[in-house]
Unconditional design. Sequence first.
Length: 331
Amino acid sequence: MEDEEINNLDVTEIKEEIEEIKNELQAQDPNTPVPESIQSWLSSPAEFYNEIHDENGKLRENWQEIYPLYEKIYEKEPERIDTFPKVSLKMFQQDNSLFHLPRMFSKSEFEIITKGVQQRALALQHFVNDHYFGEKRFISSEVIPSQTLSQLLIRSHEETLERKMKALQRNHYKNNNNSNNNDNSNNGKGGKKKKEEKQQFVPPWGFWYGPDIIRGPSGKFYVVEDNIGYVGGIGDLFLAPKCIREKFPEYTPHFSSLCSEESSTAFFQDLCESYKKLAAPHKAVLVHYPGAITADNEEKRVIKIFAKFGIPSVAIPQQGGKKKGKGKGGK
């Protein structure tokens, strides 16, 4: 199947979903007008960005090396492509499968995405800081109405989280107070310095951030969801490239060095060493959900990776039930 047919198939499925939404709305109240956004979807063809071919049908720059290799495999060994979903699913212990064509970005596209994610992560970190430890300026400036914020906190069961975060903040300064006392007494600016530090306080481990990104018809990238906390994918940094390299070795010479095992190793080494330094003189640990309620095996892969780099794991105790395992939250 050609890539254009795949895109058309996706659009058809989306339209069917939207048609169902329209029918549900009218079933509830036949007199309710269909929202303009839904009506526009149904009345006009959806545009999409062809990742592989440009408007003239020519291969885009970032696909000029990989795509001919794919076509050759498709022509001479189609069974490799047909069986790859099941093969990759088995390698991922039945919780993930890969597509036979890796997503290829040009260097300039990668730089745009990287800078955008960094900027957005920093903005979200400032927002979290303002909410939990600052003056909530996003409310006073009417960026988010206070009533909307209250509803969001209730929906996500985070009404008491602010109190816990402030306790964390107090403990942070209490633990660091002795080391700072001498400096503050000497320069006479201790009060001002402490106030500035509190306004800038962010939990020392920061947070993992992974946005869901799509590309619009014009070729620009858009974030459709911000994921903060346990970000899917970080446990697959070793396995996903390995799976592609083993089953389609023809692609490997055309991959960036960022796809190498050495690059993933360097990433986790740097991450784990930074956690160890932040936790000192205490021990850094990875806190995770119990095995009985984890979504898939990716969490197990994350646990193994962190253990490899010297950070043990601790499962959050389950409420109202017996413990299913020790340390690693096993079933």
